[in-house]
Design a protein around this ligand. Structure first.
Ligand code: PEP
Ligand code: MG
Length: 586
């Protein structure tokens, strides 16, 4: 009889407040045990044939999966498999493995590992996130080979019935692929709550915990696991009692969420009648039905980067035009703010490749767009053409100064001229906005406000850059404090500058969707909040309990506190008295 494994609890950072219970699949780029032994000379031929058989089996498996995939519907999965196939068909790579077997008289698994290590060094020297993703594809291939050498059955995530995936690290794109493959929950050893990976996880509504250090040292394929994204806890090999407890908790959570549906048709106004617009953040076109079903009042942030990722060339103008037009038509007459591509940092493409040691402070967002003018102009052309089909507003990410906005405006004029010459019809008057997410932009918000029609505050990056806290690093997650006095002051200053200059201002960072911050943002004067569709109803419930004068008074008190902890204490005190139901919302 199989011995029952011991229940282990791990703490991490809850990313999306759901609960998943299921069997575990370990990311193929995590470590697999590699047996290591010498091969006697007479058996080398046998070892080489064993490797050839595993290679053949691996190729067959990839072909078989490829034949079952619709390349149009599952583009990302399809291209990963194509890359794996390419590695397996790389004769030089495969003969390197064989050379190790022959020359060092070692077993095939060990030889595979050696070559992966050599390749790792090669990839590390390149030091570029996009190329690094190819390294991950190599891990997939190596693991497949090792599994075949050991006669283990290869299982595909999502098809194996194993619905929770654990990995050391995941990129935003991998999250998308896993979601499409049917994964229901995620455990990641590293990462912070506000990384792009975590935002993608939330967008796709996947219960997940990140920053679960050391998890893979204890977990095995097929283990039973509970992912509690509400409390940031992972339970490995739970007892029956624990599974029952969590199943009940999940039901309760889902019941509360269903209850929130009663807020769907009520207006988002405070008790004293202040209107607060609740808009949606969107990363993929596929999310539009969720935006509509949650009755968002528009799209406050459409991140376009995902249209550019995982392809060899940027999407052509017409392809983008059709996508933007489709979004605007579906949302009409509601407003849609489309952000031009925020590539760079952790979102790299082969057509915007460059070397840099400090990507977060490097060529990212509008800086990158201004360097890759033709790609940027193509996107602007598509946007201005699409603007005829709905209420479009265009905004620019990572603005750090007035000069950048002026350069963008010059480029827009050029784009209009070219569109005219090309005889294409377009809307020339589209409001343009700057994202305020770099401290310099926040500090000169009054000056920037004279250059644009609206602001949208990206609290994720504003916190990262103001507090010098890498949003992707779980070790400094405790310092990622949107309630830090410095952040409150900046948010106050941005709102005031916008008000004085008479331009609209909203918030589209993750703080906008956290009901704990709603009273603070309202008190600071923000009346437009953009968040993942899932958060809209709970924020609306809070809005309807608030009084704007009271919120302003609270914020005046918060602005006097000298540490984030003190701000939090005053805020929690208020919440306990006025919004006691909040603790049940997550
Ligand atoms: C932000 O920085 O707050 C933001 C909304 O942009 P992103 O998360 O895409 O960097
Ligand atoms: Mg940002």
């Amino acid at each position: 009889m199989k011995r029952k494994k011991k229940e282990l609890t791990f703490e991490g950072i809850g990313v999306y407040p759901g609960i998943a219970i299921g069997t575990l699949s370990i990311s193929t780029r995590s470590k697999v045990e590699i047996p290591k032994y010498q091969i006697l000379k007479p058996y080398i031929g046998y070892e080489l044939r064993r490797f050839d058989r595993a290679l053949l089996a691996s190729k067959k498996q990839i072909e078989e999966i490829l034949s079952r995939i619709d390349p149009d519907l599952q583009k990302e999965v399809f291209s990963i498999l194509e890359i794996q196939k390419m590695f397996l068909n790389d004769a030089t790579l495969m003969s390197k493995i064989k050379n190790h077997i022959v020359e060092e008289q070692i077993n095939a698994e060990w030889a595979v590992e050696k070559v992966v290590k050599e390749m790792e060094k090669f990839f590390e020297k390149i030091n570029d996130p996009y190329i690094r993703e190819r390294k991950e594809d190599l891990y997939f291939v190596a693991n497949r080979l090792v599994k075949n050498l050991r006669g283990e059955r290869e299982e595909d995530i999502g098809e194996s019935g194993r619905d929770i995936l654990a990995a050391h690290d995941l990129s935003p794109l991998e999250v998308v692929k896993l979601h499409k493959a049917g994964v229901k929950g995620l455990i990641v050893e590293i990462g912070g709550k506000n990384s792009h990976t975590s935002i993608t996880i939330r967008t796709l509504e996947l219960p997940a915990v990140v920053g679960v250090e050391g998890f893979l040292d204890h977990a095995e394929e097929g283990d039973e696991v509970i992912v509690d994204g509400i409390h940031g806890v992972v339970i490995l090999n739970p007892t029956r009692h624990m599974v029952e407890k969590y199943a009940a908790l999940r039901e309760e959570y889902e019941r509360r969420y269903r209850e929130l549906r009663s807020y769907i048709d009520v207006p988002s106004v405070t008790k004293d009648g202040t209107k607060i617009s609740l808009l949606a953040n969107v990363d993929f076109v596929e999310e539009i039905p969720a935006v509509i079903s949650h009755k968002a009042e528009g799209i406050g942030l459409f991140r376009t980067e995902f249209l550019f990722l995982n392809r060899d060339d940027p999407p052509p103008e017409n392809e983008q035009f059709e996508i933007y037009k489709g979004v605007l038509e579906k949302m009409a007459p509601l407003p849609v703010i489309i952000r031009t591509f925020d590539l760079g940092a952790d979102k790299k493409t082969p057509f915007t490749l460059y070397q840099e040691d400090n990507p977060a402070l490097g060529l990212r967002g509008v800086r990158l767009a201004l360097q890759y003018r033709e790609i940027f102009k193509n996107q602007l052309k598509a946007l201005y053409r699409a603007a005829e089909y709905g209420d479009l507003r265009i905004m620019f990410p990572m603005v750090s100064g007035v000069w950048e906005v002026r350069r963008v405006k010059k480029l827009i004029k050029e784009v209009h001229r070219e569109l005219e010459e090309e005889g294409k019809s377009f809307a020339s008057h589209v409001p343009i906005g700057a994202m305020i997410e770099v401290p310099s932009a926040a500090i000169i918000a009054d000056m920037l406000a004279r250059e644009v029609d609206f602001f949208s505050v990206g609290t994720n990056d504003l916190v990262q850059y103001t507090l010098a806290v890498d949003r992707t690093n779980e070790h400094v997650e405790y310092l990622f404090e949107p309630l830090h006095p410095a952040i409150l002051r900046l948010l106050n200053q941005i709102a005031e500058s916008a008000r004085k200059e008479g331009i609209e201002v909203g918030i589209c960072g993750e703080a906008a969707g956290d009901p704990v911050f709603t009273v603070v943002l309202l008190g600071l004067g923000y009346t437009s909040l953009s968040m993942i569709p899932h958060s809209i109803l709970k924020v609306k419930k809070v809005v309807r309990e608030l009084d704007s004068k009271e919120a302003r008074e609270l914020v005046q008190k918060l602005l006097l506190q000298d540490t984030a902890k003190k701000v939090e204490n005053v805020l929690l005190d208020y919440i306990e008295k006025k919004l006691p139901f909040l603790k049940d919302l997550e």
